[in-house]
Design a protein around this ligand. Structure first.
Ligand SMILES: Cc1ncc(COP(=O)(O)O)c(C=O)c1O
Length: 397
């Protein structure tokens, strides 16, 4: 069997969240899915599509168009026009994929060759490094600073630059840190990328959870044709299980990504694409999504301020984006005499303690890179009552 795959360990967060799900008393703060479900318009559209089967085949019994159902590409282009003020040609610059994860690998495959280097921040979303390695490319970690909001900066990228560098992968708003790259940050990254022959791929799945200024997409900011956006309905609509995502970028890039997508997967679930198109075009949905995002922002602010009352936790002073708290735990470990085992990080020792002694499941920061060694990630996207209970359990001695 494939040695690369054999050597790949499962994510530590998967082990912890599986434990939490199979132990009913555990409060699960590992989950990155908003507690509200998809908009009603999505469910209504899907029910209409699933009306009793007829004798004859329905249009969505067929494969969808290999680039995605035209209805969905049109709806996504309209969203970018109204939210970002950018015109995306639905015929050539959009590819529908199985979630943002599908857009990440097809997009990366399209713009790199085996052995090329893809620059990612330390810390970053946990699937980037194994995905890049499995594609036969090299993930290169670029350090970030907590004092700078964990932003990915050209000066640090410059230090990691080699002949094989091809892509800067930026996640804004970011998981796990909440880092937000504003219009000026993205424009600077694109200028830098153009100068050095790189692409800037932005994972913007958390776009509707930007709490510092207005979310900007690299495809709206880029003036050089180097910007590629990866997005999905997973977080925007709280419907990760339905697997609708997309890649947006220059037509030459999307054309190659579409080939890879066709050869591996043929197409994405047709009926779900049509229901997603209806939901995205529904007049009431934008307001519903904004209401949910505002609710999550309030919930996050309350959660952060409650966490500040827990001795030993270093809680971020502001909430720029996303729905995670990336919390420093070095003092918490000292206070509770938690000594990491050999090879274990402080964050891992604290996550074990929180799980087994407090009944609170969190993700050790090491899952996101070495820079996360002294952190844990707590999601505040779930049930608000559960968050209150978790804080009480963490406060108790
Ligand atoms: C930053 C980030 N990118 C991508 C994904 C995957 O998104 P999708 O479910 O659309 O594949 C996630 C899921 O948690 C994420 O947090």
């Amino acid at each position: 069997v494939n040695r690369l795959l054999q050597d790949l360990a499962p994510h530590s967060s998967k082990r912890i969240s599986e434990y939490a799900q199979s132990h009913s008393g555990v409060l699960d703060l590992t989950v990155g899915l908003p507690s509200f479900g998809p908009p009603r318009a999505f469910g209504d559209a899907l029910s209409a599509l699933a009306r009793p089967l007829r004798a004859s085949a329905l249009p969505y019994d067929r494969y969808a168009h290999s680039r995605g159902a035209p209805e969905l590409r049109d709806a996504i282009a309209s969203v970018y026009a109204s939210e970002q003020g950018v015109d995306l040609d639905p015929a050539t610059t959009l590819l529908i994929t199985n979630g943002a994860a599908g857009a990440l690998w097809t997009g990366l495959l399209a713009v790199t060759e085996p052995g090329d280097e893809i620059m990612i921040s330390d810390p970053c979303y946990m699937i980037y490094p194994p995905m890049i390695e499995l594609l036969g490319r090299r993930p290169v970690r670029v350090p970030t600073d907590q004092t700078d909001g964990f932003a990915l900066r050209p000066s640090r990228i410059q230090e990691a630059l080699t002949q094989r560098s091809r892509v800067v992968l930026v996640n804004s708003p970011g998981n796990p840190t909440g880092a937000v790259h504003d219009e000026a940050d993205l424009a600077t990254l694109c200028d830098f990328a153009e100068k050095h022959g790189l692409f800037v791929m932005q994972d913007e799945v958390l776009d509707r959870y930007c709490f510092r200024g207005r979310h900007r997409s690299v495809v709206a900011v880029d003036r050089h044709g180097v910007g590629i956006a990866v997005n999905s309905l997973s977080k925007r609509f709280g419907m990760a299980g339905w697997r609708i995502g997309w890649l947006a970028g220059a037509s030459q890039v999307v054309e190659q990504a579409a080939k890879a997508h066709t050869h591996f997967l043929l197409a994405v679930n047709h009926a779900v694409q049509l229901a997603a198109a209806t939901a995205l075009s529904d007049a009431g949905v934008d307001a519903e999504v904004s209401r949910h995002a505002n609710e999550l922002h309030d919930r996050g602010l309350r959660f952060l301020s409650a966490l500040r009352e827990v001795p030993g936790l270093s809680v971020p002073s502001r909430l720029d984006g996303g729905f995670y708290a990336f919390v420093g735990v070095r003092d918490f470990a000292l206070l509770h005499h938690l000594v990491p085992d050999d090879g274990q990080t402080t964050g891992e020792a604290v996550a074990e303690h929180m799980l087994h002694k407090r009944g609170v499941a969190v993700v050790p920061g090491s899952a996101f890179g070495n820079a996360g060694a002294d952190y844990v990630r707590m999601s505040f996207a779930g049930d608000p009552q559960q968050l209150d209970d978790a804080v009480c359990k963490l406060q108790s001695n």
